[in-house]
Design a protein around this ligand. Structure first.
Ligand code: WTA
Length: 630
């Protein structure tokens, strides 16, 4: 079937994938390398939740990302690494070089006792060893769990404990603009409560002063020097675990979504080439961090599976100035640029000269991911960055989906500002009302579900299959529920309207309201709290916290500072509330449930449409809350 190259082919691919999914995905997968072919393409369903793809096969992710290209494309650049410091020349790794580095790191891991099935945690900034390390895991069948370098020691240790990682890989410190993040110090603190960790490999990056635990800590560089550049790729089963990635949900602690080998690989391969349409000499850059799913699928696996050149950037968009992204685009001759709406809005708010002093003439395709992109940001991106000649692919997907689900195909299918538009092959979206009844016909609006499995779907939550069933398949039995709401227009194009559950999307990062509340409740003076998202110009959503205090705080600013410190410690700075309102009570139903709908409306200044508040246990609290609004 190959890559989709025109609109008719999109329709053909889509129709075949719906009519005979096994035939379709079988043909796509044949383009990859298999030590042994599968016996069956797909089995299991949304009732039994025993989902399997390409069962009976033997394959290897790193083999497909690297070895498969060596003969024809060994000298092609696989990765361009752009340093935080703009005066440092970009480093490149050809496919051959990357292969050698990955083999060395795989050998280092093996020598330090890592075996197939073991969990290896990465807590790093965007250094090359992160990308090399995750590939090394897949080479030997170890399961990587990357924890974003902005999370706190507490968040890191929770994640390490949950999946009982035996190795942690970190760097002494990480550069982020003009700041140094003391990653090793934070890791040391986390490891005080992580008995499963036997070895810590440390990358020297900032040369910061760090503590050292003899026997446990090792400099990765020293071990790499001695390691062999040969390491045979393990022949893995299709459903062997590939990685765990933690993400926030409506309730409880973050969930470790588990992705497995063959299905995720096939899906990453196929979605990358169709959505972005990257050609042989193109330079593709996704600005995400490998700590998030976007960095897994669309910095690392998707591009490398396709033999493309992928850019990895260590720094931030606004340092040394707000023109950094555009400077890199010109310098590296970037053709494909994929970023988040929050970055677009932040850069839009800066002087347009930062854009205009760069040519941006090599750009061909732009992408957006992580949250709904508003029309204004879409138009600014289109006009100023794409110069009205680059299609913008607004890609909707989730950590759970493994890869892009709904998106235009660059230059092939039609674009509508702020719309993710059409489902990719194999994806069967469905809108349902609150009872779970499908909303048929167009236009329509409802909760977004998926009606059939696709190869990239996460197979379970690490150590808690029951929670996986409950979270995604119990609201609407027999369907996967995304947690998002959506509208469908006359022609079947989807527009995602945002989360309909208690998950916030702050600068494109998923944060659960319950997680933030749990942290706030740690403050000795906080009796109860309720957290909601509210519209925010740059971040998309901001965090609004209502807190009930035991004793009226003498100084609310001091309280807010203390709460921020707790959030920093428990989760990380990304979860800091933008606004804190101290209140004497919260709107509750007679059964004691907090009416978040009302809190959301107050936080968003939408108090004209509060709806019926008479059923509340304490209706008088609504006026009090409105009067005290921050
Ligand atoms: C939101 C990120 C609108 C959505 C890949 C989803 C989007 C959540 C889009 C998943 C988009 C992601 N338009 N909303 N193009 N892309 N989202 O797991 O609410 O970090 O459920 O995966 O981000 O976030 P996650």
């Amino acid at each position: 079937m190959g890559r989709i190259t025109n609109k008719n082919e999109y329709t053909e691919h889509y129709n075949l994938s719906m009519k005979d999914g096994d035939a379709y995905w079988g043909k796509i997968a044949e383009e990859l390398h298999w030590f042994k072919k599968w016996d069956s393409v797909q089995s299991g369903n949304f009732d039994d939740l025993n989902l399997k793809w390409f069962e009976g096969s033997k394959t290897n992710m790193s083999y497909n990302c690297l070895d498969r290209h060596l003969e024809k494309n060994g000298d092609k650049v696989a990765v361009i690494y752009e340093d935080n410091d703009p005066s440092v020349k970009a480093r490149t790794f050809t496919y051959k070089e990357l292969h050698a580095e990955v083999c060395k790191m795989a050998n280092v891991m093996k020598e330090r006792g890592v075996k197939k099935g073991d969990r290896v945690c990465f807590y790093m900034s965007m250094v090359p060893e992160l990308l090399i390390g995750v590939l090394a895991c897949t080479r030997i069948g170890a399961i990587h769990s990357v924890v974003f370098g902005g999370f706190s020691a507490n968040a890191l240790s929770g994640r390490i404990q949950d999946s009982e990682c035996s190795m942690l890989i970190t760097n002494d410190g990480g550069y982020r603009g003009n700041k140094i993040i003391p990653l090793k110090d934070i890791a040391d603190e986390a490891l005080e409560s992580c008995p499963s960790i036997e070895n810590v490999l440390v990358v020297k990056r900032t040369d910061s002063d760090i503590k050292w635990k003899e026997g446990r800590d090792h400099w990765l560089g020293e071990l790499m020097e001695k390691a062999s550049t040969e390491c045979e790729a393990e022949q893995l089963d299709a459903e062997d675990p590939l990685f765990i990635l933690y993400t926030s949900g409506s309730t409880g602690k973050p969930k470790g979504l588990l992705h497995t080998t063959a299905g995720y690989m096939t899906y990453a391969y196929h979605t990358f080439r169709n959505v972005f349409q990257v050609e042989e000499d193109d330079i593709y850059w996704c600005t995400a961090d490998i700590g998030w799913i976007t960095g897994h699928t669309y910095i690392t696996y998707g591009p490398l599976l396709n033999g493309s050149t992928t850019v990895m950037f260590e720094g931030v968009p606004t340092w040394p100035d707000a023109g950094r992204f555009w400077d890199i685009c010109d310098k590296l001759k970037v053709t494909h640029f994929y970023t988040a709406p929050t970055a677009i809005r932040a850069l839009e708010a800066c002087d347009i000269e930062y854009v205009n002093k760069h040519s941006l003439s090599t750009l061909k395709v732009l992408g957006s991911v992580g949250e709904p992109i508003n029309e204004e940001a879409w138009s600014w991106y289109n006009k100023n960055i794409g110069k009205e000649k680059c299609p913008i692919v607004d890609t909707w997907w989730q950590t759970e989906t493994g890869g892009i689900m709904i998106s235009p195909l660059a230059g092939i299918t039609d674009l509508i500002p702020a719309h993710a538009t059409l489902p990719l092959p194999g994806v069967e979206p469905l809108l349902v009302d609150s009872e779970g009844t499908p909303v048929e016909g167009n236009p329509a609006e409802g909760n977004l579900c998926m009606n059939r499995p696709w190869p990239g779907i996460a197979r379970t939550i690490w150590g808690d299959h029951e929670r996986y069933k409950q979270t995604y398949f119990s609201t609407y039995p027999g369907k996967y529920f995304t947690g998002d709401g959506a509208r469908r227009d006359e022609k079947g194009n989807y527009r995602i309207t945002g989360r309909v559950d208690d998950v916030m999307n702050i600068s494109g990062h998923r944060i659960g309201t319950a997680e933030v509340e749990d942290a706030l409740n740690e403050h000795p003076n906080v009796v109860e709290s309720a957290v909601v998202g509210f519209p925010h110009n740059i971040k998309g959503q901001g965090i609004y916290a209502y807190v009930i205090c035991q004793n009226a705080p003498e100084n609310e600013e001091v309280l807010q500072k203390e709460l921020n410190e707790i959030i920093n410690k428990m989760i990380g700075p990304i979860a800091k509330p933008d606004k804190v309102q101290v209140t004497s009570g919260l709107p509750k139903t007679r059964s004691g449930k907090i009416m978040r709908r009302i809190l959301r409306k107050i936080a968003a200044n939408e108090t004209d449409s509060l709806g019926d508040t008479s059923t509340l246990l304490n209706p008088e609290i609504v006026d009090t809350l409105m009067a005290g609004k921050k």
